[in-house]
Design a protein around this ligand. Structure first.
Ligand SMILES: Cc1cc2nc3c(=O)[nH]c(=O)nc-3n(C[C@H](O)[C@H](O)[C@H](O)COP(=O)(O)OP(=O)(O)OC[C@H]3O[C@@H](n4cnc5c(N)ncnc54)[C@H](O)[C@@H]3O)c2cc1C
Length: 379
């Protein structure tokens, strides 16, 4: 039996970023079922940070995280992100939604500008002309392309430097009460700690049930991405991340010769090693060819990953009301990377029972927003 102060289940960005912080306060062991960190959702992200998704709380978490993600180059965290513009495009019938998004950006003090459909086409000549395709757009100069591998590795490095440990190939198979704490049986041996952090992504409810803790209702939703060749002779590296306001698609450059695209699908799924469905691949190819002059002759590769949502689509961070020492860190949805610095900070404060910081309070961010008990109280 190996003992720690904190056992963290899951070496995705949620588990590793919180574990790195907790390792400043005690012995931390992260248990990961797969052979390497980031195999599931965290290894399948398109690695972008912007204000075009989520509601106010998620956007505030994003704003709080941006400074950390794009820190000064003297710190090697600068490698976590680089500036990459985001272009939110709207058809005529979506202009009201674009107005609302414009207000959101202004509210967060973003460096952004409203442009016409023709100006959007000057940036991305492949966009089809006319208000049925792009009537207006919002160009955000402050968005970031993230290096998600660097983020995972950076958090792992911090964890290890502070005496913490990652154990891969350690599938948690059973969880039981052990004195005032928790005992875990895994495929590589037994572990115990007073605090158990559930950062198991799509499996978060399964882990709760294993520990006889009330599940949240975490819903894994599949998201599909395809990669295809950039148009011959066109330099696409400077293209912004392009996203429709509301339903539709997004696409962005990947390296010097490819584009990535997603239909922004949200197919229901069991927790699993997600794979793309033919219908979602066909949908994104169709939407891109309908709205642009891009020809998708061959899909170089495709993948899918599970984005996990609580019923109110806000993260779940905090101790379970019905199980002392069982700490939730789940439901990061489609924004787990761009909110991870702020969420790891919040997780650290709540796990240690520290006083809630006034700067979070002032921005309307309270523990109640993330409390695991918020769902049971509502019913
Ligand atoms: C296609 C796609 C695009 C995305 N794009 C973006 C983006 O642009 N920006 C952004 O911020 N976010 C994006 N996201 C969302 C982001 O990837 C997720 O929010 C984030 O990765 C969730 O991290 P996690 O650590 O909670 O989950 P995961 O990375 O899934 O980690 C959970 C871990 O728990 C482990 N585990 C589960 N059960 C057990 C067990 N019994 N024992 C031991 N270990 C266990 C799993 O093996 C897994 O490694 C995207 C997601 C997808 C799928």
């Amino acid at each position: 039996m190996r003992s720690a102060d904190f056992l963290v289940i899951g070496a995705g960005i949620a588990g590793l970023s919180l574990a790195a912080r907790l390792a400043q306060h005690g012995v931390v062991i992260v248990l990961e079922a797969e052979d390497a960190p980031g195999y599931h959702a965290s290894g399948r992200s398109v690695a972008f940070a912007h204000f075009g998704l989520g509601e106010k709380v998620v956007r505030t978490l994003t704003a709080l995280s941006l400074a950390d993600l794009s820190a000064d180059p003297v710190d090697d965290r600068a490698r976590y992100a680089r500036p990459h513009r985001a272009l939110h495009i709207a058809r005529t019938d979506q202009v009201a939604a674009l107005d609302a998004l414009d207000e959101v950006h202004k509210g967060f003090g973003c460096d952004c500008e409203r442009i016409t459909g023709e100006e959007a086409r000057a940036l991305i000549p492949a966009l089809k002309a006319g208000p049925d395709f792009v009537a207006e757009a919002l160009l955000d100069h402050g968005a970031l392309k993230l290096d998600t591998d660097a983020m995972l590795q950076g958090n792992l490095r911090d964890l290890r430097a502070r005496g913490g440990e990652l154990v891969c190939g350690a599938m948690v198979q059973s969880i039981s009460r052990r004195g005032k704490g928790w005992g875990l049986q895994t495929t590589v041996g037994n572990f115990a700690a007073p605090v158990l952090v559930n950062a198991s992504g799509a499996w978060a409810d399964e882990i709760a049930q294993m520990a006889r803790v009330t599940p949240i209702g975490i819903e894994p939703r599949r998201r599909t991405v395809i990669a295809f060749a950039s148009p011959e002779g066109t330099k696409t590296t400077d293209w912004p991340f392009v996203k429709t306001v509301g339903e539709g698609f997004y696409f962005l450059p990947e390296g010097t010769t490819q584009l990535l695209a997603s239909p922004q699908d949200e197919g229901e799924s069991e927790p699993c090693d997600a794979a793309p469905e033919e219908i979602d691949i066909a949908t994104i190819a169709h939407r891109i060819e309908e709205a642009t002059d891009l020809k998708i002759e061959r899909i170089a590769h495709s993948w899918a990953g599970l984005r996990s949502f609580a019923p109110d689509e806000l993260p779940v961070v905090g101790f379970a009301p019905d199980a002392p020492g069982f700490f939730w860190c789940a439901g990061q949805g489609g924004y787990g990377f761009q909110t991870s610095p702020a969420l790891a900070h919040i997780g650290e404060i709540l796990a240690l029972g520290r006083e809630w910081p006034s700067d979070l309070k002032e921005r309307g961010i309270t523990p109640a927003l993330f409390a695991p008990g918020r769902f049971s109280r509502a019913t």
